[in-house]
Every structure is written in structure tokens, then in C-alpha cells.
Design a protein around this ligand. Structure first.
Ligand SMILES: Nc1ncnc2c1ncn2[C@@H]1O[C@H](COP(=O)(O)OP(=O)(O)OP(=O)(O)O)[C@@H](O)[C@H]1O
Length: 238
């Protein structure tokens, strides 16, 4: 589903180019559930931003289902992302003036009668246990409920790829565990490929596969060499 080749990303810090990511080769199979862990600043969010087209690589190739994404123009990226990639963030990023239902509806692509749209959103809200919260504003929802709405918003167009960046980072452990279950259950039932960046080891341990991302600058200082950037941490058969 996802294939990355010779990917490099640098950022300018004080006028100096600092390499952040260097990934010779990385493949993610269709339907795979993958957690990515690593130290703060190692480039986990940058990697998700590159995969979702929010950032562009300096070099390298990114393919999704064989389609070269590194060649897409900005406007093409927006359309591609809307149909193919769901993105869940730590801080939900719901629009405060819209209800839970409207926050989901606004993300929906494709034309359909408003009745059909409403029924679809209500079905999703029910799946995450929020059937009686559709007309609540984000401020009237708990943090866990807000994250559920954000997950529904990310999945409502049934994207083949679901990305989540620290989706449990600001939640208590019990709610975090529920959100981890929800992401794994919903992505499994919809056959979505799921890539989650997390510091939450409890969450990472629930995934069949876990990659560790090294901080290449720290590693280079310590060893004098540039290691492979992504390392398989755990892989069990599913
Ligand atoms: N726009 C930018 N300009 C310059 N440097 C940046 C930019 N975005 C990120 N960086 C730097 O790139 C490195 C990787 O950042 P990134 O946010 O990807 O790390 P992370 O592994 O997700 O960290 P955390 O776990 O703390 O969220 C950091 O050193 C960060 O300061």
C-alpha cells in the first residue's frame, strides 16, 4: 500500500541544514497496523507529514498503491488526501463553533442528499458510542469524546490509509486505552491501513508491528555513523 524509497528531509536551523529523516526503503502492506515509537525530535511527526503530503521531501519517492505521490502538485495533493488519507491528531483539531455532527459532515467528500449524509454520520457516531452527542459542541464533550469525533471525521470517507499522531497523548490512561481499542477495531473492520505515532508504550504494545525511529543526529554524534533510520522493534504474525 505504501512504499518509500531514498527519502530525505532536512530542516534549516540557524541557517544550517539539519538532516531529520533518511529512509532508504520502507514498505507498509495493505491493512497493516503499525506503531512508530522513538525519542522526541527524531522525526515521527515529520514522517507522517511527508506521507500525508503536508510536507514535501527534499529527495526520494513515496508511492501509495503504486501511485507516485512525490510528483503531485499542491492542489492534487488536497484532493488525493481528502479521499485517501484520514489523519487523527493529539489535540483533536475540531472546529469549536460546530457540533460533533457538523465537524464530521464538513470533512465528507462526495455529493449526497443531506438526509443520507446525516444518516451516515449518525451511524458513525453510534459506532463510537456518541449517538446522543451529535448536537453537542466540542466544549460540551470530554477529551475522549472529542477524540472519538476526530476519529469518525478521519474515517468517514473510508480512506484506505489512517494516520494518527499521538492520538492518546493528552488523555488519561483508561481513555487512552479505549481510544487505542477504537482505532484498532475500526481500522480492522474497515480494512484500513493504520500507522500510529506514539510515546504510549501501552498503545504500541497492542500493535502487531512496531517500528522504532532513531534520532539520526544523536546517533551520529554517539557513533560517528548514520544508522538506518527505521528499525523493526517487534513483529508478530496476525
Ligand atoms: N518546520 C520546521 N523547521 C525547522 N525544524 C523543524 C520543523 N519541524 C520540525 N523540526 C525539527 O525536526 C525534528 C523532528 O521533529 P518532529 O516533530 O518530526 O519530531 P517528533 O519525533 O515527532 O517529536 P515529538 O515526539 O516531540 O513530537 C525536531 O528537531 C524539530 O525541532
Amino acid at each position: 500500500m505504501l512504499h518509500i524509497r531514498a527519502l530525505e528531509k532536512q530542516f534549516k536551523v540557524d541557517g544550517r541544514a539539519v538532516p531529520i529523516l533518511n529512509i532508504p526503503e520502507w514498505r507498509v502492506a495493505k491493512g497493516e497496523k503499525l506503531a512508530i515509537t522513538g525519542p522526541s525530535g527524531s522525526g515521527k511527526s515529520t514522517l507522517l507529514h511527508l506521507v500525508s503530503g503536508i510536507l514535501r521531501p527534499d529527495r526520494g519517492e513515496i508511492y501509495m498503491e503504486g501511485q507516485p505521490l512525490h510528483d503531485l502538485k499542491e492542489s492534487e495533493w488536497d484532493a488525493f488526501r481528502a479521499h485517501n488519507i484520514g489523519y487523527v491528531l493529539q489535540d483533536f483539531h475540531l472546529i469549536p463553533s460546530l457540533t460533533a455532527r457538523q465537524n464530521v459532515e464538513i470533512a465528507m467528500t462526495g455529493r449526497m442528499p443531506s438526509k443520507v449524509k446525516k444518516a451516515k454520520v449518525d451511524g458513525w457516531l453510534e459506532r463510537v458510542g456518541l449517538q446522543d452527542r451529535g448536537s453537542h459542541l466540542p466544549s460540551q464533550l470530554s477529551r475522549g469524546q472529542q477524540q472519538r469525533v476526530a476519529i469518525v471525521r478521519a474515517l468517514v470517507n473510508e480512506p484506505p490509509l489512517l494516520l494518527a499522531d499521538e492520538p492518546t497523548g493528552s488523555l488519561d490512561w483508561e481513555t487512552a486505552d479505549e481510544i487505542a481499542s477504537l482505532l484498532l477495531d475500526l481500522s480492522s473492520s474497515g480494512a484500513h491501513t493504520l500507522i500510529v505515532v506514539t510515546h504510549d508504550l501501552n498503545m504500541a504494545n497492542r500493535f502487531p508491528k512496531c517500528l522504532h525511529i532513531h534520532d539520526i543526529n544523536r546517533m551520529r554524534e554517539a557513533t560517528g555513523s548514520m544508522p538506518a533510520k527505521l528499525e523493526m522493534h517487534k513483529e508478530v504474525s496476525v
